[in-house]
Design a protein around this ligand. Structure first.
Ligand code: GTP
Ligand code: MG
Length: 463
């Protein structure tokens, strides 16, 4: 995205009727627009103080709203430019009109993320902090929001700084060796550098590793419920969501289309999919449903295979288990309310001796009464649990950051190999400079225009 100095305007609040809707402007002309809209002189606006005023249509001077205008004078604003926020009543018609008036004054409609991009361009934020704003707005759980706020307050840069400093110290030693020493570095010093680099590489890897937990908190899990018809998949789906979302009947083949909903387990957002019962069928519609079910299964981070604990295991059940074995799966033995015994050992053995090997993956439940549901929720997230989840530490939540940390780690490892192979300082330095650049890319010090365009395209308008 090209940075142009033009004044930009956008609705900062969601579209639709609401109590208040905020139009935000940033750029040199922001205050002129506010002055014209309100019919007051520019001097009337005291920075950072909200002013209650009428807004008037410049064409006929008719009052269009009574609004609160706040002026933030450059550079003490979010973007670092002159910013004006007009808090109007939240009428879509009115807000459209205010934006149209701003456009008529020569402002330009903001691109996605352009306010934040300007903040970055003016040094108000670093790149990881800008990304944190997007993540905070998109957060699906409290835990994700809290991680985003930590990143927004600069915790990413603070976590990286010691690694960068240590790398830079070593780079300085090697560069000066290159410059001033005729002979090679003494072996003792080479060893010392290699050891320091190993430590930095380990710390980098450890930090990158927190992405497993960070990714889980931010993006959550795709969980797909599968099983042959009538085992209670939709009943379980409804029970996990706490609403009667899916149709449940005792007719095999009730669910045909795939249903998607979200819920949360232990602060982890779960994207839950209910599917058509898996069986051979000649029904055209059901056939498509079965195909979709197989697709959803392949896309899942975890598959819940539902079996009917009350009836004998059939070949259809075995086929489902076999298909699920290719990935992460658990088995929900459903309808235990129909059983006098709640003993899962007996249930699983009675079901089929072949299932005994999956005892660890089995949870006995009743979608009808809710029994065993807490255990099932635990079982859904258990395969993904890491210590980082409960550590309360700062987590890497962005795939881009994780990738750059891994690349930095690889660069350092290449340098260690070069050092051990007694290669020249130039070769050793190559990997270290690369590593430093990758770490710099996380906070945006070394990020190219192309990269920025790609990153900011993931923002929405008005941010
Ligand atoms: N007793 C008992 N009945 C259940 C339980 N779970 C589901 N059922 C019943 O089993 C029948 C089928 O339930 P559904 O949830 O529609 O099953 P499904 O697997 O989604 O079926 P399809 O969509 O046809 O593949 C219904 O009559 C439910 O009331 C349970 O835990 N206990
Ligand atoms: Mg169903």
């Amino acid at each position: 995205m090209e940075y142009s100095g033009k004044t930009i305007v956008a609705l900062a609040t969601p579209t639709g009727r609401s109590g208040i809707g905020i139009v935000r402007l940033s750029g040199d002309r922001a205050l002129d627009v506010a002055a014209d809209l309100s019919g007051r002189g520019k001097d009337a606006f005291v920075p950072r103080r909200a002013m209650l005023t009428e807004l008037r249509d410049p064409k006929d001077r008719a009052a269009i709203d009574k609004a609160l205008i706040t002026y933030f004078k450059a550079p003490h604003s979010f973007t670092g430019e002159d910013v004006v926020e007009i808090s109007c009543h939240g009428s879509p018609v009115l807000l459209r009109q205010v934006i149209d008036i701003c456009l008529a004054f020569g402002c330009r409609a903001a691109e996605p993320g352009e306010f934040t991009l300007r903040a970055l361009a003016h040094g108000r934020l670093d790149l990881s902090e800008a990304e944190a704003i997007r993540d905070l707005i998109d957060a699906q759980t409290n835990a994700a929001a809290r991680q985003a706020v930590r990143q927004l307050s600069g915790e990413m840069s603070r976590s990286l700084q010691p690694l960068k400093d240590e790398l830079l110290n070593i780079i300085v030693v090697l560069e000066s060796a290159l410059e001033f020493v005729e002979d090679d570095l003494p072996a003792s010093q080479t060893n010392e550098i290699a050891n320091s680099l190993k430590e930095i590489a380990a710390k980098t890897l450890e930090f990158a590793d927190t992405y497993k937990a960070g990714h889980l908190i931010r993006d959550g899990l795709n969980v797909t419920i599968v099983g042959k018809p009538n085992v209670g998949k939709s009943s379980l789906f409804n029970r996990l969501l706490g609403s009667e979302r899916a149709i449940v009947t005792d007719i095999a083949g009730t669910t045909r289309d795939q249903l998607n909903e979200r819920f949360t387990v232990n602060d982890i957002p779960i994207h839950l999919v209910d599917t058509a019962g898996l069986r051979e069928t000649v029904d055209t519609v059901e056939k498509i449903g079965v195909e979709r079910a197989r697709g959803a299964m392949a896309d899942a981070d975890l598959v819940i295979v539902v079996l009917d604990a009350h009836s004998e295991l059939t070949d259809e059940d075995r086929d489902v288990v076999r298909a699920a074995m290719k990935q992460n799966f658990i088995i929900a033995l459903n309808k235990i309310d129909k059983h006098a015994s709640r003993d899962i050992e007996r249930l699983s053995a009675a079901g089929d001796p072949a299932l005994a090997e999956f005892r660890e993956k089995m949870v006995a439940i009743s979608a009808k009464t809710g029994e065993g549901l807490d255990d099932l929720r635990e079982a859904i997230v258990r395969p993904f649990a890491t210590n980082d989840l409960s550590s309360g530490g700062f987590l890497v939540t962005d795939a881009r950051h994780c990738d750059l940390l891994m690349r930095a780690h690889d660069g350092i490892c290449e340098s260690i190999d070069a050092l051990n192979a007694n290669q020249s300082e130039e070769i050793v330095l190559l990997g270290l400079h690369n590593a430093l650049r990758f770490l710099g890319d996380i906070t945006g010090e070394t990020t190219t225009e192309d990269m920025l365009t790609r990153i900011f395209s993931t923002f929405c308008i008005g941010k």
